[in-house]
Design a binder for this molecule. Structure first.
Ligand code: SR1
Ligand code: MG
Length: 421
């Protein structure tokens, strides 16, 4: 393949990738026998399923602009480089959690990787009212392992500093999050959109000084606290599932940020799915059962994160932070436990804040979620969104005031039942 970047099409892909051993080993050497489908439904990239010889692969290629908006919003191709490097680190830190990479071409901004099949995007599974075994356990463990093992609790300081420098180049994708998540929802930004029936609450939230301050505190944490390599966009569109398997995809927004960022975004997305269910499950008993399950997933995700992070703290704390020389080696293991509990509390407060602003931006900003957007009855959609906005406000502003995830879940239920503001 020539070195100058060119976006692929289903028609050109075979001819242009026919020399790549990682593909021909799997699909055969005759590209005319392959079938190619472009299936990208995300906001940014081209994604092709390529089938041949009884096997298949995914070819993901970055476009030089934001697909959702068009070429008026240029976006660098180097995001494929960050995605590739994030995937390799996630595979090492939580083996089996992400698709296997077969080939990476930096010039063409493309990654050839394992096709997860018959997996579907988690949010589609949720809209269909289908459960996933151990969802909270798998994603809670993923978030904890990648957070811990990408931090100064685990990595050597020189390795981590080099990696922080590497990922610091992911400027434009961080800029998207900085604007779309932490700022745009809270004023009348050009690309924002919302369900018309929300005008009243939108005005209320945009006049809410405590909320705007909370959002900027969280943005400061996002921008300044380079604690660990975050996935950067861990929502229910970034996991592919079957009824009993879960894999994480799409870490092109990877950056060094707060330990609670990924798990917070994820929990915010579960909570939005919870409020969106009246638009997807008509039967009241089935809907109530599924909503209970979603709240169980919230609890299980955080519980697993806590347990896994604690286990790693006790067994793999070999980085420069909280060294055993200060605690266990002095016969003060209890002090290391105290430090752990304090750190977990800090992560918990942060994650609630990140969950809250994520819930706002998916309703008020540019990039919405299908769970809510696909509810055609706008009055029903607005009712679901209002609840999510109210909980999001509580989480962002009062993130330091919740006794634990049970209290968050109780508030989610109270708002759902109309007794929480
Ligand atoms: C302009 S990109 C909008 C959103 O899509 C991605 O999936 C990220 O969530 C980003 O914020
Ligand atoms: Mg994505």
């Amino acid at each position: 393949m020539g070195s100058q970047y060119e976006p692929l099409t289903p028609e050109t892909l075979g001819g242009r990738l026919a020399q790549i051993g990682a593909i021909t080993d799997r699909l055969g050497t005759d590209p005319s026998s392959w079938t190619v489908r472009e299936v990208g439904d995300g906001n940014l990239n081209l994604v092709f399923i390529v089938e041949g010889g009884g096997d298949s692969v995914i070819v993901k290629q970055a476009l030089p602009y934001v697909r959702l908006v068009g070429d008026s919003w240029p976006l660098p191709l180097k995001r494929a480089f960050f995605e590739y490097h994030a995937l390799t680190r996630q595979a090492a830190r939580d083996p089996g959690s992400v698709p296997e990479i077969f080939h990476f071409d930096e010039e063409q901004a493309l990654i050839v990787m394992e096709r997860l099949h018959p997996h579907i995007i988690l949010r589609q599974q949720m809209m269909a009212g289908e459960k996933v075994k151990d969802l909270g356990k798998v994603l809670g463990a993923f978030a904890a392992r990648t957070a811990f093992r990408g931090s100064d609790l685990s990595m050597s300081a020189p390795d981590r500093k080099a990696d922080v420098a590497l990922f610091a180049g992911n400027v434009e994708l961080c800029d998207i999050t900085e604007n779309l998540v932490f700022t745009d929802p809270y004023f009348d930004a050009e690309l924002n959109r919302h369900t018309p029936e929300l005008d009243g609450i939108v005005a209320e939230l945009r006049a809410d000084i405590d909320l705007k301050i909370a959002a900027q505190h969280l943005k400061r944490a996002f921008a300044a606290r380079s604690e660990t390599l975050c996935h950067g966009d861990l929502h229910t569109g970034s996991a592919m599932v079957t009824a009993d398997e879960v894999r994480v995809i799409d870490p092109e927004f990877a950056f060094y940020g707060p330990l609670g960022f990924d798990v917070g975004m994820l929990i915010g997305n579960y909570l939005m799915a919870y409020y969106a269910m009246p638009g997807h499950i008509a039967d009241e008993a089935a809907r109530s059962d599924y909503k209970d399950w979603l709240l169980d997933v919230v609890a299980e995700t955080w519980e697993t994160f806590r347990e896994e992070f604690s286990t790693l703290w006790r067994t793999e704390r070999n980085g420069m932070l909280y060294p055993a020389a200060l605690y266990e080696d002095q016969g003060q293991g209890f002090a290391a436990e105290q430090a752990l509990q304090e750190l977990l509390h800090e992560i918990f407060c942060d994650l609630l804040g990140f969950a809250g602003v994520e819930m706002h931006r998916r309703i008020l900003g540019l990039a919405h979620i299908a769970e809510l957007d696909e509810i055609e009855d706008t009055a029903l959609r607005a009712a679901c969104e209002t609840k999510a906005l109210r909980l999001g406000r509580h989480l962002a502003v009062n993130r330091a005031g919740f006794a634990g995830m049970d209290a968050v879940i109780a508030m989610a239920r109270a708002i759902d039942e109309g007794d929480g503001r």
